[in-house]
Design a protein around this ligand. Structure first.
Ligand code: ZN
Length: 172
């Protein structure tokens, strides 16, 4: 596969609902490896397949585990679903590798239970909270063509309109 290029706001692939992953094993492992590398090179903590131009329900997360930023706790999730979420909502600042230079506060559930398939196609259920829950929810939105800027207040959206328009024109 060619080198991964992160797609920028305005690229139509970021607005497409992605297709289910149906092939597991070595091909998906290769894809996961390339996406993790692209994510780390771009200094991100999560990356969804549509962000590298693949309309697939697949994402990777890589959370730094300590002071050494090269050590990551990595997750790769195919066909993820949220099967439960806590009542508590929290506000956290989000950014996105596809929307460089912009970050805004977004409110989401603090805790979720996710069901996904791992690289072998096995079904896994996992509870996540705090930053992990946040990143997974953000990346899962990408699989439905949703961006975090869709989830901010109308006032902030209006304020960002010019910058987003410029990104769409020059970024892709
Ligand atoms: Zn994103």
């Amino acid at each position: 596969m060619a080198e991964m290029k992160i797609r920028i706001y305005g690229d139509p692939v970021l607005r497409e609902p992605a297709e289910d992953v149906t092939e597991f094993g070595s091909k998906l492992e290769d894809l996961a490896g390339q996406m993790v590398q692209a994510m780390i090179e771009a200094d991100g903590i999560g990356l969804a397949a549509p962000q590298v131009g693949l309309s697939l329900r697949f994402l990777v997360v890589g959370l730094p585990t300590g002071e050494d930023a090269t050590r990551r706790r990595v997750f790769a999730m195919a066909n993820p679903e949220i099967i439960d979420e806590g009542d508590e909502m929290i506000i956290m600042e989000e950014g996105c590798l596809s929307i460089p230079g912009i970050s805004e506060e977004v409110e989401r559930p603090e805790k979720i239970t996710i069901r996904f398939q791992n690289l072998k196609g096995e079904t896994v259920e996992m509870e996540a909270n705090d930053i992990l829950a946040r990143v997974v929810q953000h990346e899962m939105d990408h699989l439905d063509g949703v961006l975090f800027t869709d989830r901010i207040s109308p006032l902030k959206k209006t304020m960002l309109r010019g910058r987003l328009k410029r990104l769409a024109q020059d970024g892709a």
